[in-house]
Design a protein. Structure first.
Length: 202
């Protein structure tokens, strides 16, 4: 019986809509492309998830990726929190799991500054039975060590746990340590699969 449901955050519990934020800031198509390449689509962004650089060091590196767009990069940096908003179904889904007697955990790749700036939209993490965010651990999915840390910290049995993520590579990392996995393909479909195929099966 599955006892623990582990959720990824981005594109599962919250939206990450950087493109529309850049457009609202007045960036034209070329600027959106260049600022994205320097920030959210860069290797530096992966470093932000890893927590190996301070926010100030990250900003410096983003700017060094596209010096001609320093003004725009700084503007986007200050408006990052607007990229994150919680999906309407989160409370309903969590409530249903609680009613079914399941425990809820969070395991997410997430950068430090965005974690703090978007704290209100991430408030559901405080309601979970446990949470691990990559920047705090200096580990990121799909490294098996981050899944093992979640299991160890909260005393979870991998065989009684299922991990939901929108990226197959992250599910593969969980599977390596024996955790059941479910690819997120939208709320209704994934909730149905969780209930019918995994969650309530003895």
């Amino acid at each position: 019986m599955i006892e623990n449901v582990i959720f990824d955050v981005g594109k599962v519990l919250v939206e990450f809509d950087w493109e529309n934020v850049m457009k609202r800031l007045g960036f034209d198509e070329d600027t959106v492309r260049e600022v994205a390449k320097a920030t959210v689509q860069s290797a530096t962004w992966d470093k932000s998830d890893e927590g190996i650089l301070t926010p100030e060091e990250l900003l410096t590196e983003y700017i060094s990726n596209a010096p001609d767009y320093e003004k725009e990069i700084r503007l986007f940096w200050e408006h990052q929190a607007e990229t994150i908003w919680k999906y309407d179904y989160v409370n309903e889904w969590f409530a249903a799991l609680r009613e079914a007697g399941k425990k809820i955990y969070i395991l997410s790749n997430f950068p430090e500054k965005l974690y703090h700036d978007a704290a209100e939209e991430l408030s559901f993490a405080k309601e979970a039975d446990g949470a691990i965010f990559s920047w705090m651990e200096k580990l990121t999915k799909p490294n098996p060590a981050i899944y093992e840390r979640l299991m160890s910290r909260y005393g979870l049995d991998a065989e009684k746990s299922v991990f939901i993520d929108d990226r197959q590579v992250n599910l593969d990392g969980a599977a390596k340590v024996g955790i059941h996995t479910l690819l997120f393909t939208g709320y209704e479909e994934t909730r149905y699969k969780l209930e019918e195929l995994v969650l309530f099966r003895n």
